[in-house]
Ligand binder design. Structure first.
Ligand SMILES: Nc1ncnc2c1ncn2[C@@H]1O[C@H](COP(=O)(O)OP(=O)(O)OP(=O)(O)O)[C@@H](O)[C@H]1O
Length: 638
């Protein structure tokens, strides 16, 4: 349950308990090569040169550590060996010089790697983010509305930053791996018993890092929806659109209460993780202590038994220390790499799923100048737990070049029908035919090219008025003639005349210099946008809902004029007086086609249309009071 605690309301957001994970030591070791390859591939895609430099520098650094360990061994051998002190010192000089040279090379390589990694990281993140955004923008609308896909979108957004971090983790893994091999090699040469001891010493910290990471990732997946809901609540509290209701209806404390309760639940989860992490760390530290004591005891035993020379024991101590440090680093970094890879895995899953759910590219061409669009027995149900289809076996015709009105009560399926026509959804059953071409197999991009849509909730872009119009067809060069032409066609000149900087006014109140339009003004701009698009089919969904009576008449006049230029107009409206000019009216009722005909035919038939029409007409039958009766008596003097 997402909203635990003593809250009275459930917001209706779902929680998910589908955390999963198969993360153990074996799988981690098995996956290491593929993790490193994946990191390198990410780096390669972003910047080949930098990727090469990082790899070469890290391999080089590992090798310098091996060489320096061997040099130490030589130095110790010389110093502890027989002969005069001066001779022993002199004998050690070449190895000391090698050590110094190797340190310089190591420092240079480190600098090169730091620089190249720094250059690489932001590029990797950018490439991954760009791909994420591009894929998200090209999936079907149904995918965006599918909550499982949305959750994936949500989790995958962390993948790009993880991809960035994977680069430096991978670099450190390569480095630690090579220096570990060097230390292990030296130890094996010194005495075969030392190698297993080294491994035993490092295992506990590996186990602890892995266990903690696995818990964190599981928790992240189980809680991602919760975190999203929490962020949403926070955003609602500061959103300008919600601000009036928050104040008048006093929604603020209600939202805050939920926010606090959600945060407290999340904090409890963090505390649980921290407690477990502390316990795991403590157990691991105990094990490490025991293993270290055993290692040094073995070393002492070998010395005492005369199985090992003092100089070799000295090198062994250094090799064990470097080796266990490298192994520690390796475990921690591989673990971090793994954790990041899980998030990059989400991103890659998104890439794959988004590609599967992408709007298909290519397809049959639509007829150049079709006569009609026919819905043939079209049934469509929204995914989820809909109780009935939004469209149920609908067969109707939209003759092109005419004004076709869709009428019906709330929820009768009008908007759904035009969304199917625009290709935003595909029918579950039945076909949508453009003359003889089935839209299901048609080129979706070409189909969209022909449609201009003013949806009920059309986007109010936080850009200038000019861009808000021209975004109707962003693929053509933006010219003032085209913009003012569209504004004129939509009758939106007055809206612009009222703006402080005309077309250049920023329409986003929460930015400095931003300006807000009224609902009706926005609606006119929306129509201007559709006019700018010049699609051959203009879909207008409730174009006048926010308009005053005079503006409404004007807008319908403009829409009729657009139809006069050969455009097809599909009009959804509840204002039946405005439907009078339609060539054809389709009446929908609970997802089914109830009746079709010209407005006069439908009135004469006495069906749903006639009923709705007379209901509206009755509201206007009351007489306008005469001038005389409106006059207010003049106050008496005195
Ligand atoms: N995105 C969606 N996801 C799930 N169900 C939806 C979605 N959009 C609409 N519906 C459902 O489909 C049915 C038809 O809705 P639609 O928006 O097509 O009706 P409408 O006739 O345009 O209504 P209105 O006059 O209120 O705009 C309704 O029952 C609605 O709840």
């Amino acid at each position: 349950m997402l909203f635990g605690g003593p809250l009275r309301y459930d917001m209706g957001w779902n929680s998910h308990a589908d955390a999963f994970l198969e993360l153990n030591f074996r799988s981690m070791v098995i996956r290491l090569p593929s993790l490193l390859t994946a990191s390198f591939r990410l780096a390669w895609q972003a910047d080949r040169r930098a990727a090469r430099v990082v790899l070469a520098a890290e391999v080089g650094r590992g090798l310098t550590q091996a060489v320096s360990l061997l040099a130490v061994n030589t130095v110790l051998g010389r110093l502890i060996g027989g002969g005069a002190l001066e001779d022993r010192l002199r004998g050690a000089v070449p190895a000391l010089v090698v050590m110094a040279a190797v340190m310089v090379v190591g420092a240079l390589l480190r600098a090169a790697s730091t620089y190249a990694t720094g250059r690489l990281e932001p590029k990797v993140e950018r490439v991954a983010t760009e791909r994420y955004l591009e894929r998200a923008a090209t999936v079907e609308l149904a995918a965006i509305e599918d909550h499982a896909f949305h959750k994936l979108l949500d989790t995958a957004q962390y993948g790009a930053a993880s991809a960035r971090r994977m680069i430096s983790f991978a670099a450190r893994v390569v480095n630690a791996l090579i220096s570990l091999i060097a230390a292990a090699g030296v130890l094996t040469v010194l005495h075969p018993a030392l190698l297993p001891l080294l491994v035993t010493m490092t295992l506990p910290s590996g186990w602890s890092a892995l266990t903690i990471a696995r818990r964190r990732y599981e928790s992240f997946h189980a809680w991602v929806q919760h975190a999203r809901a929490g962020r949403l609540l926070g955003a609602l509290l500061i959103e300008p659109e919600a601000a009036p209701e928050i104040r008048v209806h006093g929604v603020g404390p209600f939202l805050l209460r939920h926010f606090r309760s959600m945060s407290e639940t999340a904090e409890a989860e963090q505390a649980r993780l921290a407690r477990l992490a502390a316990r795991t760390g403590l157990i691991a530290a105990g094990w490490t202590g025991l293993a270290t004591a055993a290692t040094y005891a073995t070393l002492g035993g070998l010395l005492l038994a005369g199985a090992m020379a003092l100089s070799v024991a000295g090198t062994a101590v250094i090799a064990i220390r470097t080796g266990s440090q490298s192994l520690d680093t390796l475990v921690v970094e591989v673990n971090a790499l793994h954790e990041e890879a899980l998030f990059v895995g989400d991103l890659q899953r998104l890439y794959v799923e988004a590609a599967e759910r992408a709007i298909p590219v290519g397809g049959a061409a639509l007829p150049d100048d079709p006569r009609e669009i026919r819905f043939e027995d079209v049934t469509f149900t929204y995914p989820g737990d809909a109780t009935r289809p939004a469209l149920d076996q609908v067969s109707l015709t939209v003759p092109l070049g005419k004004i076709v009105a869709l009428v019906g009560e709330n929820g009768s399926g009008k908007t759904t029908l035009v969304k199917l026509l625009a290709g935003l959804y595909t029918p579950d059953r039945g076909r949508i035919m453009w003359d003889d071409v089935d839209a299901a197999g048609a080129d979706r991009q070409l189909l969209a090219e022909r449609v201009a849509m003013v949806a009920q909730d059309f986007k109010r872009w936080p850009f200038t008025a000019r861009v808000n119009v021209a975004v109707g067809r962003s693929s053509v060069p933006l010219t003032d003639e085209r913009v003012t032409g569209a504004v004129g066609e939509a009758g939106a000149e007055e809206v612009l005349a009222d703006l402080p900087r005309g077309l250049d006014t920023l329409l986003a109140r929460n930015f400095s210099g931003g300006h807000e339009l009224s609902g009706g003004q926005w609606q006119r701009l929306g129509i201007a946008r559709a006019a700018y698009r010049h699609g051959r089919i203009l879909i207008v969904d409730e174009p006048t809902a926010a308009l005053d009576a005079r503006a409404e008449l004007e807008v319908f006049e403009k829409i009729r004029a657009l139809a006069g230029t050969g455009q097809t107009v599909i009009l959804i409206t509840h204002r039946l007086a405005s439907v009078r000019h339609a060539d054809l009216v389709h009446v929908l009722d609970q997802g089914r086609l109830a009746e079709s005909g010209t407005p006069d035919e439908l009135l004469a038939r006495g069906g749903i249309y006639a009923e709705l029409y007379s209901l509206q007409a009755e509201q206007f039958t009351a007489k306008v009071p005469s001038q005389a009766s409106m006059q207010v008596p003049a106050p008496k003097a005195g």
